[in-house]
Design a protein around this ligand. Structure first.
Ligand code: FES
Length: 273
């Protein structure tokens, strides 16, 4: 059983909880995820690790309330317990100490982006961050990123916060102004990551994206999370979730997501995204 230590409402549909999970907190690295079960016998929910605290032995999860199980999670409060927290799962991102990085987070994609940017900040890497969302309500963790980088840019579709437009408009402008990065990390909805890849391609900068296909077991057994990477079949849960953005077949992911939409009802995709 895993006690909920803290809880915060980030916007009407997105919440953050900090949960006691000693084993995961001891082992997890940026880029990895967990699977939780809210109540015994319940559904497995893959969730992004938004942060971890090895001393407190806790992990932070940010999730969108999109279906029955996350509604159940929404009803839990500080002091309540989660039945299971399994992980860490997936491959950690590689800690290779680049000189300058730009992190791009769309909506809840800012959650898995945060531990990666924090890792780079701890290595004294120069960092730019671009956050985006439909409106001000959907831009999360702006304050937290501002503690890691002096350059946090925001774009909203309706202009209610930051620049009116998309994250790609800001990325294009930064590149056109001559900013150069050793690495780009883009995490958010599939159309956003695909658009960012198309913008940065002419500049030939390495880009990693984080994929969130349907997940069931999270151990490479069920095949639910298969994706095509450089023409080869990979499983996001064990070979990812981070991949080279230039190698990803985004169109295939989009069409598979559409195929499962009715059955899925938001239950089993990694809900940090
Ligand atoms: Fe089953 Fe990845 S979730 S193979």
């Amino acid at each position: 059983m895993h006690k909920i230590l803290r809880k915060r409402i980030l916007n009407p549909a997105v919440e953050e909880i900090v949960v006691e999970a000693p084993y995961v907190a001891r082992k997890c690295q940026p880029g990895q995820f967990i699977i939780i079960i809210v109540e015994e016998g319940g559904e497995r929910i893959p969730l992004t690790i938004a942060d971890f605290n090895r001393e407190e032995q806790s992990v932070t999860m940010i999730y969108q309330v999109v279906g029955h199980s996350t509604q159940l999670l929404q009803q839990k409060n500080v002091g309540d317990y989660l039945s299971d927290v399994a992980g860490p799962l997936g491959l950690p991102c590689v800690d290779h100490k680049p000189k300058k990085v730009i992190g791009i987070g769309g909506g809840v994609g800012a959650a898995p982006l945060y531990p990666q940017i924090k890792m780079h900040a701890e290595n004294d890497t120069e960092i730019d961050v671009v956050l985006g969302g439909r409106s001000a309500d959907f831009v999360i963790l702006q304050e937290e990123f501002s503690k890691l980088s002096k350059n946090v840019f925001v774009a909203t579709d309706d202009g209610s916060l930051g620049t009116k437009g998309f994250v790609t408009n800001i990325v294009q402008k930064l590149l056109d102004e001559g900013n150069r990065y050793d690495e780009i990390i883009a995490i958010g909805p599939i159309p956003m990551m695909k658009a960012v890849v198309n913008v940065v391609k002419p500049f030939d900068i390495p880009i990693s994206v984080s994929l969130n296909p349907l997940m069931v077991d999270g151990t490479g057994m069920c095949g639910g999370c298969r994706v095509s990477i450089a023409g080869k079949t990979k499983f996001a849960c064990v070979d990812g979730p981070d991949f080279n953005g230039y190698d990803v077949d985004f169109d295939e992911i989009t069409s598979r997501q559409g195929m499962y939409k009715d059955q899925e009802n938001g239950h089993n995709c990694r809900i940090g995204l």
